[in-house]
Design a protein around this ligand. Structure first.
Ligand code: AMP
Ligand code: GLY
Length: 421
């Protein structure tokens, strides 16, 4: 039985939100977990309420009715739309940036302007669309608004495809290197690093096929121990958070930098104003310390002195997606084998599922996220894939090469991977 404590409301319904709910449900001092709208996985550890994450007014009414001490907003949509402001103005503690600060994700032009003002290295802006280059839609595009062009034909196709979206196009230099996701927990001034991760955006093995919301992730990333992450946070996150504070729009929440580690040093590809999905599923199992305390401290501008630790164990997450993802979702196909996967020690996060009576069925594009931990990335990976084999639904597809390169590449220098705690 739980002792009376904090009631937390999580806004969102994906695998990221299930991972947040799972982590927070274990925290000492958390009385209950609520989600709006949540999903069947979250319903096993908390209470789900039929309120959309984008509906600020109903979310506020729900937060008041439940008397929650903290609201955590998962997805970018409600953040960019200003849902955090609505709650905060009503006196509710919110983990998630204001509309003004969330523009760092909502507008690529704004992000570039902030980066330049803060003196943070980033992909250079180009005046003309000439290969090689990257064409980006300025606003939110659910991961579908970036076109990496190596040939003139690809540039032409990108300009046509980009024109479908609202808002202008941004052109930038094409960067080469290793891509990493680096996360900082922010209270408006202070930034605490979380574990880094890599995600897999393309649908197919070997990074082929269309871009997706993400087909898998793993953490830690070879060569990025605590010292290196701290350097990246100092180079990228702290100047940006300082610049946003200077503008009177302090950033409260997770500042997620997509970085390219180029031969000329790290450069920013993009910012997100929230936890990554599916990176969070690999990061949170490794996180130690008082997570709910840290989120509350961030929400109240009081993160200085808060310490979180990172477990040296590795985590790998494989996304099980619908047959025709990302072009179309699947609904109503029965899902079996989750308990068997969990028996192997894996965590199974729901991303696009629904419950009809006793049956769990598909309800989306990315259906489940299977996460496993292990002493090494290789061990975590093996366990994650064994667990995936236990789960079935009609047309289930997943990449077979999540974290494969990390396992095959020569090991990092002694002590680097395991120096994070
Ligand atoms: P985004 O949807 O903004 O995360 O971008 C999707 C993907 O496009 C990124 O994860 C990178 O792989 C790639 N990308 C974005 N900008 C660049 C760039 N300037 N150079 C090379 N690749 C890029
Ligand atoms: N995995 C990338 C994202 O959350 O945007």
């Amino acid at each position: 039985m739980r002792v009376p404590g904090v009631r937390v409301l999580i806004a969102g319904s994906g695998g990221r939100e299930h991972a947040l709910a799972w982590k927070l449900a274990q925290a000492a001092g958390v009385e209950s977990i609520h989600a709006a709208p949540g999903n069947p996985g979250i319903a096993e550890i908390g209470l789900c309420h039929p309120v959309r994450a984008e509906d600020g007014e109903s979310l506020l009414a729900l937060a008041r009715e439940l008397g929650v001490e903290l609201v955590v907003i998962g997805p970018e949509g409600p953040l960019v739309a200003g849902v955090a402001d609505e709650l905060r103005h009503a006196g509710i503690a919110v983990f998630g940036p204001s509309r003004a600060a969330a523009r760092i994700e909502g507008s690529k032009t704004f992000a570039k302007e902030v980066l330049a003002a803060a003196g943070v290295p980033a992909a250079a802006k180009l005046a003309v669309a000439r290969a090689p280059c990257v064409v980006k839609v300025d606003g939110l595009a659910a991961g579908k608004g970036v076109f990496v062009c190596r040939t003139a034909a690809e540039v032409d196709a990108a300009l046509v495809a980009g024109a479908v979206f609202e808002g202008p196009l941004v052109l930038e230099e094409l960067l080469e290197g290793e891509e990493v996701s680096v996360f900082g927990l922010c209270d408006g001034r202070t930034v605490i690093p979380l574990a880094p991760a890599q995600d897999f955006k393309r649908l197919g093995d070997g990074d082929t096929g269309p871009n997706t919301g993400g087909m898998g992730s793993y953490s830690p990333v070879s060569g990025l121990g605590a010292a290196q992450v701290e350097e990246l946070i100092e180079l990228v996150h702290r100047p940006v958070v300082e610049e946003l504070a200077r503008r009177g729009t302090p950033f409260v929440g997770v500042l997620f930098a997509g970085l390219m580690l180029t031969d000329a040093g790290p450069k920013v590809l993009e910012f997100n104003c929230r936890f990554g999905d599916p990176e969070t599923q690999s990061i949170l199992p490794r996180l130690g310390g008082d997570f709910v305390g840290a989120l509350r401290a961030a929400a109240s501008g009081d993160l200085a002195g808060v310490e979180l630790s990172i477990d040296p164990a590795a985590a790998v997450t494989v996304v099980l997606a619908a047959k025709d993802y990302p072009s179309s979702p699947d609904h109503g196909s029965e899902i079996t084998g989750i308990a068997e996967a969990e028996e192997l020690g894996a965590l199974v996060f729901h991303a696009g599922t629904a419950r009809y009576g006793d049956r769990l069925v598909t309800n989306g594009g990315r259906i489940l996220n299977v996460t496993a931990t292990g002493e090494t990335v290789a061990a975590a990976r093996e366990r994650a894939y064994l667990a995936c084999e236990r789960i079935s639904f009609s047309g289930a597809r997943f990449r077979r090469d999540i974290a494969l390169a990390a396992v095959c590449e020569p090991g990092p220098p002694e002590g680097v991977v395991h120096s994070e705690s």
